[in-house]
Ligand binder design. Structure first.
Ligand code: NAD
Length: 273
């Protein structure tokens, strides 16, 4: 688990950043939340680019996350399956940050939750799956890169546990013939296109909201990060909550640098800070 920095919450004109963000949330009618890996670090899932991130510690790992490396190198796939098997996601449970967004939904103002996360913890917390756009896919399913068949991840992990290093697609593709295609988690790798309808839905929501709440993202991965300027240019207020500064802090109405599992409950009104 990663410790996030203490909260910067200096009062300006008698109001702290938290107070001002809470006022913006309280007066919003249509909120889009954009979440990143930082909302799940308090659940024990490391991020990529934060101070204790997987890629901050091992920059080589980023190269192995490209679609090209995965499709061309059985050794990369072998390592990827072992990492999936050992992922902290399987034991992780939602934290106060995820639950704060459920509170926002219960207040009737959460329009859409766009997440870059692949861990499924927003749905596990109780956010309506219909409101969630998993813009980078999900690691709870597996997809065949040849025939497109989807399988629950646990089924394929059982095969890996039983000794298969690079399990192939078992779907039938003719009499006595199986597809045999390369299997991958149903996530978007670098070099892979996003699902067009997910991106369109996210962009429509960001253009139509009156408050964009960006949480736990370095805002450095596109096109997801572009939802922040999209909302800003459409006239929405922007609140950013992250442990460190982002490139879009300058266009945000309020940027709060502090631990999400404390800050988010405070600004949606589900806990004091
Ligand atoms: P990122 O790793 O680029 O950035 C995470 C940000 O969160 C960092 O700036 C870090 O300082 C901040 N942060 C971490 N813990 C925090 C905390 N407790 N409180 C406050 N801030 C905290 O992540 P990203 O912007 O989501 O983009 C990278 C990609 O990583 C995404 O495509 C996503 O699919 C993938 N990813 C997802 C998971 C997951 O599903 N949980 C985990 C790792 C990476």
């Amino acid at each position: 688990m990663q410790s996030a920095p203490a909260c910067e919450n200096r009062p300006v004109n008698g109001l702290s950043n938290i107070d001002m963000a809470r006022d913006l949330v309280a007066s919003a009618k249509r909120v889009v939340a954009l979440t990143g890996a930082g909302i799940s670090t308090a659940s024990g899932i490391p991020d990529f680019r934060g101070p204790s991130g997987v890629w901050t510690k091992n920059p080589e790992a980023e190269k192995l996350s490209t679609l090209q490396a995965y499709m061309s190198d059985p050794e990369v796939r072998h390592r990827a399956w072992q990492e999936r098997l050992e992922s902290p996601t399987w034991k992780a449970t939602p934290n106060a940050g995820h639950y704060a967004l459920v509170t926002l939904e219960h207040l009737g103002v959460l329009d859409t939750l766009v997440t870059q996360n692949i861990d499924g913890l927003h749905q596990a917390a109780g956010t309506d799956p219909e409101r969630v756009v998993e813009i980078h896919g999900t690691m709870r399913e597996v997809t065949c890169m040849s025939c497109g068949a989807r399988t629950p991840m646990p089924e394929v992990l059982e095969r890996v546990k039983a000794g298969e290093q690079d399990p192939a697609c078992p779907e039938p593709s003719g009499p006595d013939k199986m597809c045999g295609g390369i299997l991958k988690s149903a996530t978007i790798s670098f070099g892979q296109n996003l699902v067009a309808e997910d991106l369109e839905r996210a962009e429509r929501a960001a253009s139509a909201c009156d408050l964009l709440l960006a949480v736990g993202s370095s805002l450095s991965v596109y096109p997801a990060a572009g939802l922040v300027p999209t909302a800003h240019l459409s006239g929405a207020r922007v609140v950013i909550v992250n442990g460190e500064p982002t490139q879009y802090d300058s266009i945000a109405d309020i940027a709060i640098h502090g631990p999400i599992n404390e800050v988010l409950p405070a600004i949606v009104g589900s806990a004091p800070l």
